[in-house]
Structure formats: C-alpha cells, structure tokens
Design a protein around this ligand. Structure first.
Ligand code: PGA
Length: 254
C-alpha cells in the first residue's frame, strides 16, 4: 500500500524560537495521538532545519524537509542553498515546484527537472508540486497544464528514481484563499495524474506513488478530501502553523 503523508509547509513564517516552539508541540502531539501508518513531515525555512531534525529524533513518525533547493551542486550562487547542504543537516524531503516559486521566482518545469535530479542525487525526496491557475481552469486547459508539468518536470526520470517521489496537486486558486477544490474536483485530477504515471511507468509504480492534495486544507475538510481513492494525504500551508490544526489533519489517517 502506498504511503499516506501529511506535510506542513511553513513558507516564510516563524522566527527561530517560534519555529522550535511549534515543532516541539507537533512532536509531542504526533507521539501521543498518531496511531496509524501515516507519516508527518514539516517543511520549514532553512534556518530551522538542523534544530528540527534534532528535536524530531523523538518520533519515528516525523520527518523534516526544506521548501526549495538550488539546481547546482555548489558554487558562486550568493544566498542560495544546495541539496547537499540540506541533506547534510539531516532533512529528508524538499518541496520543489511550489506555485509560489513558479510564480514569484520564475521557476519553470525545465529548471525544476534539474532541481529534482540534484535532490535525488543527494538522497532528498522531492515533494513535487503541480497545479493549474484559475485562468487555466477557466480556459479548460488544466489537464494539459498538469500533463506538461509532469512531462517536463519529472517524466525524464527512470522508473527507480521516479518511484522515490511524492507528488502534490495544488490548484493555485485554492492556495491560501480559503477556497478548497471539492473532493470530486481533486479526485478527478488525482486519478488523471495516476493514469499519466501508469501510462509512462506502468500500473504498479502508479499505484505506489503518493499523491497529496494541497490548497486550503483544514481539519474540517481533510477527512472528505483524504477519503477519495487517489488522494493520499495533504500539503498543508496555513493550517500547519497551528499545532492543533496540523495534527488534527494528520489524525484523519488514524
Ligand atoms: P494553504 O497552502 O494550505 O495555506 O492553502 C498550501 C500550500 O501552499 O502548500
């Protein structure tokens, strides 16, 4: 059975102390309350990573991830952080291709393909984000957009590398807006993604791929969303900044 995952994306929030306080609460709640096989991941700003990895050793159900990595191995890229650096502090995951990176930092599918390669090279698991904008949905090209993001971003991988990925479908119009995709809308895209993976890599790899939903996920709507056959968990922004809400979302899989 494929892995169920609830991943938090703190984005550019929380100073060092605030991050440690929130994470300590999450560790305690996860240890006390998570009884299923689900895995909980916290993707923090870079400044927190090392400390969170240390605190997270108290739970086998928790991992830590970054929110971005540079595409180069190392070099004269002032202000950037490499995949090797992220792995060296013990983080295990990295979000790549978040729509905010695509939108505000001009990240293209072609650039993201390079980031995916270097992350895998350094044993980081990419949480690869895809999803259409409102204009693209209204123009009814959302399936094309998603297919292109898959093809150009990750379908260059061979099957054994591809099998390591986590995918997150995040409709851009649902991120931070309070508007969630309906469970039927989300499931329709998730099965589309899984079928595309099956066509490229075969049914068994497709069936093993964890595909998360993201976009205004909260403790009230999580059970309905995660109850869909092809939704294997969530990538949680706003609600991951409150320990109670975040762990309540993860508890859906208990
Ligand atoms: P949101 O963000 O839960 O605040 O909508 C999700 C995300 O951007 O990953």
């Amino acid at each position: 059975m494929r892995k169920k995952i609830v991943a938090g994306n703190w984005k550019m929030n929380l100073d060092y102390e605030e991050g440690l306080t929130l994470f300590s609460e999450v560790v305690n709640m996860v240890n006390d309350e998570i009884t299923g096989q689900q895995h909980v991941i916290v993707c923090s700003p870079f400044i927190h990573l090392h400390s969170l990895v240390t605190l997270g050793k108290a739970s086998t159900k928790l991992s830590v991830g970054a929110q971005n990595a540079h595409q180069a191995e190392s070099g004269a890229y002032t202000g950037e952080i490499s995949a090797k650096m992220i792995r060296s502090v013990g983080a295990e995951y990295v979000i790549l291709g978040h729509s905010e990176r695509r939108q505000y930092f001009g990240e293209t599918n072609e650039l993201l393909a390079k980031k995916v390669d270097i992350a895998l090279k350094h044993a980081l698991v990419p949480i690869f984000c895809i999803g259409e904008t409102l204009q693209e949905r209204e123009a009814e090209i959302h399936f094309d957009v998603i297919k292109r993001q898959l093809t150009a971003g990750i379908f260059h991988l061979d099957a054994s590398e591809f099998a390591k990925l986590v995918i997150a479908y995040e409709p851009v119009w649902a991120i931070g807006t309070g508007v969630t995709a309906s469970s039927a809308q989300a499931q329709e895209i998730h099965i589309f993604i899984r079928n595309e993976i099956a066509a490229k890599y075969g049914q068994s790899i497709a069936d093993g791929t964890t595909i998360l939903y993201g976009g205004s996920c909260n403790p009230k709507n999580a059970a309905e969303l995660f109850g869909q056959a092809d939704i294997d968990g969530g990538l949680i922004g706003g609600a991951s900044l409150k320990s109670r809400d975040f762990v309540d979302i993860a508890r859906v899989f208990n």
